[in-house]
Ligand binder design. Structure first.
Ligand SMILES: [Mg+2]
Length: 362
């Protein structure tokens, strides 16, 4: 089925309240690019990627100028071929970075189109393992008071979560430890607790934090250091007392291969929106399986449920604060601590473009 039209829509979507993480700082909204691909029979596939605010136009432009000519009049079912053409055309200024975000939106739309055409949900098209994946609340709360964090944790428990993540990277480690202790005491020992430092520390600081956090039985410590210091991750994994998660800031399959090769992670956390789409996400998940590692996801939970439900090594899915639930037809359903993959075709939902129109930037 040849591709007849490619539409590229860019937005800045406001958050309900400003949130803060160490590396990104305070965030009031996020950028989003939706790609709509129509084939010659009128089937439509939709894909999207998100990024920090004010970067969506650059990513939309890569798709418009470089990828659209590759896609038009080509067979939409040759996803690996089209992915490789997009990679090759941008390799000089790409091999990661914004190009990976741009390819991701197109690749997602191609997979959704495939699912729409054969009328199958992606989690079954991609292999089909289990419709249920354990979820955790990926709170972004570095700027919140302890009281507000505890209130939010209570709300997460009411919503059915069995696992909660909080942010680290305050002025001192002592302050971080006090906040973790308060949350652990509040939620009890039966809830799982994760912590995300968003690259706040040097390796020596991270090692100290990893060992002191062991008192609070964290499932993992996420991104304690800069994401591309693979040897640093290996050092922390070998010498620290808390398991490590990382992956949202790795933008290629090769970067994950390096992290695994150095034995630098316990909980790999790829994000299809940042690593080039479903095509590399599934390769990363299978590479993790080959290394006897589980696979998680970061962000984009309404879509990642379809990918993780296809993976035998899926362990957790993050339900992220950059939510699109107000703008789609079928938001993620959570039952008893598990996300449930929809059996609707493709990614399982459509965007409400009318509702998003007010935030359009292109
Ligand atoms: Mg994170």
């Amino acid at each position: 089925m040849n591709i007849k039209n490619v539409e590229i829509l860019a937005y800045t979507v406001p958050l309900k309240e400003p949130v803060k993480a160490y590396a990104a700082g305070l965030m009031t909204g996020f950028g989003m690019v939706i790609v709509k691909i129509t084939d010659e029979n009128g089937n439509i596939g939709q894909g999207y990627t998100t990024m920090h605010s004010n970067q969506e136009l650059a990513i939309a432009r890569i798709i418009e100028d470089t990828f659209k000519p590759i896609l038009l009049n080509n067979d939409s079912s040759l996803i690996e071929f089209l992915w490789k053409q997009m990679w090759k055309q941008t390799h000089y200024a790409g091999r990661g970075g914004p190009v990976s975000f741009a390819i991701a939106a197109v690749d997602a739309a191609l997979w959704d189109l495939m699912g729409q055409r054969v009328k199958q949900p992606l989690w079954k098209l991609l292999g089909g393992y289990s419709s249920k994946v354990k979820v955790y609340a990926g709170n972004i709360d570095l700027n919140f008071s302890i009281e507000k964090i505890l209130d939010n944790a209570s709300r997460n428990i009411e919503q059915g979560y069995k696992a909660i993540k909080m942010r680290l990277g305050r002025e001192t480690l002592k302050e971080d430890l006090q906040r973790v202790e308060a949350v652990r005491n509040h939620i009890g020992d039966s809830m799982e607790l994760m912590a995300d430092a968003n690259e706040a520390w040097r390796v020596d600081q991270a090692l100290k934090a990893s060992n002191e956090l062991a008192n609070f039985n964290l499932t993992w410590l996420e991104e304690p250091i800069t994401p591309d210091d693979y040897r640093g991750y290996a050092y922390l994994k070998n010498n620290g007392a808390t398991p490590l998660a990382s992956g949202e800031n790795l933008h290629t399959l090769k970067e994950f291969q390096e992290l695994f090769y150095y034995n630098g992670v316990d909980f790999p956390e790829p994000d299809y929106t940042t690593c080039g789409g479903f095509t590399p996400f599934m390769k990363i998940a299978k590479l993790a399986e080959a290394y006897n590692l589980p696979v998680m996801s970061h962000g984009a939970h309404d879509v990642h449920i379809q990918l993780l439900a296809a993976c035998p090594n899926a362990a957790y899915m993050e339900v992220h604060a950059f939510g699109i639930e107000d703008y789609i037809s079928n938001p993620l359903k959570i039952e008893n601590g598990f996300g449930v993959a929809s059996d609707l075709p493709g990614i399982g939902f459509e965007f409400d473009l009318g509702k998003l129109k007010q935030y359009k930037t292109n």
